[in-house]
Write a protein that binds this ligand. Sequence first.
Ligand code: HEC
Length: 211
Amino acid sequence: MLKTIAAAVTLSTFVIAAVVSHPVKAADKTSAPTTMPIPADYREWIYLTSGMDMTYAQAGAVGLTADKKSVFDNVFVNPEAYKVFKQTGTWPDKTTFILENRIGEPNVSINKGGRTQSHDISGLEIHAKMNNEWVFYVRGKDGQEHLVPKPASCYTCHEEHAASDTTFVQFYPTLLPIAQAKNTLSAAYLKETASPDGSGAGTTPVAPPTK
Ligand code: HEC
């Protein structure tokens, strides 16, 4: 997610802003529970990527926290869903992704260059498919995961830019070739990567053709 925003905006202001500026319509109602605990064993799930200092603002902007720290985002998915994706290129119901943020720390132990991941977790987010509907949760300052009500930028950015079924498969090296082979890349993503002056051309990875 957008680290710069994540660092600056607390969950409570986020929720209030969403409620004030976008009255909830019937279509936005969801049957998903308002909280979903982070599964205790998610670190034993399938590891997909570690994005570093990702930013979705203008070119040149640096995607660091408000106090200019580097941030890693580690992405995991539950093994049952991964198995289905490998076979079909689609996510089954009950797919659960965890995005875990850790600060990139310089000069730890013998390290003299680059960054390593902090022991402390600085953020946790969930993207889950429940009753065939994707929903997001964010861990708040109270240590609980809170459902992000619709509409919110989480939903729009993932719907408009993620490569497959609202998930950012273009950044998950083991998954992009599968989605390509199974033809499950979204129309929006294919358009974005194809247009020379469209957003994302030249920056959005495309996996080499599968043999
Ligand atoms: C401007 C675009 C954007 C917005 C807004 C955004 N995300 Fe994401 N999100 C991304 C990108 C890009 C990735 C891939 C991260 C990587 O490669 O490390 C991602 C990945 C994720 C993942 C991993 C699973 C997946 O779907 O690929 C979760 C969980 C997630 N975001 C949660 C959230 C939540 C919660 C919010 C809202 C509070 C949010 N995101 C808002 C762009 C966005």
